[in-house]
Design a protein around this ligand. Sequence first.
Ligand code: DX5
Ligand code: ZN
Length: 219
Amino acid sequence: MISIAPSILSADFANLERDIKIVEEAGADMLHIDVMDGHFVPNITIGYPVVKSLRKKSSLLFDCHLMISNPENYINAFAESGADLITVHAEATVHLHRLVQMIKDRGLKAGIALNPATSVSVLENIISEIDLVLIMSVNPGFGGQKFIENSYEKIRKAKAMIDSAALKTDIQVDGGIGLDNISKVAACGANIMVAGSAVFNSGDISGVIKKLKGQCGCV
Ligand code: DX5
Ligand code: ZN
């Protein structure tokens, strides 16, 4: 089963409640919330106060993708604000195992994101501890970028690692996903598709979510 996670990075920030309702009613499986600090990535977006406000407006699973330096300083704040899943970048900490434990100790699902140039092999000693692997298929920081082709191979490698350990870890892919490539991303073994601009810049948010699901044989 393929899940669609619309990224609110491309939503209308003045109308987040409205846009979230639309994706929820259209069958989105979770809400992807991109947190950027202008330090780990060259862009600034939203922080945990926004997550806290949105929590009152939606029952969707909140998938918080932290593109921030010193993520360990913010896990409690995101947990208290209503995150269900927190994904941290392997590149953002030297104590990845400890960071993952912090997330799990809060009773949340834990994910690890890998930038395009980071090898899947960094997951080898921690894959059994996490709920999700996030393969970044663009360099993090902005919506609307082009899918990087070698991501297909990275998804296959992550899938092989997970299967060989008989795990059920989710594989999420983020960046440049649209109607043209979602079925290939799924065929490589990914099961959670993040889509920002493809959904929110389409002029038909609801229709695109249904079409994305259709491309994966999910409707
Ligand atoms: C990029 C973010 C993505 C972004 C994807 O750093 O992590 O979640 O919203 O946007 P699209 O789908 O437009 O590539
Ligand atoms: Zn993201």
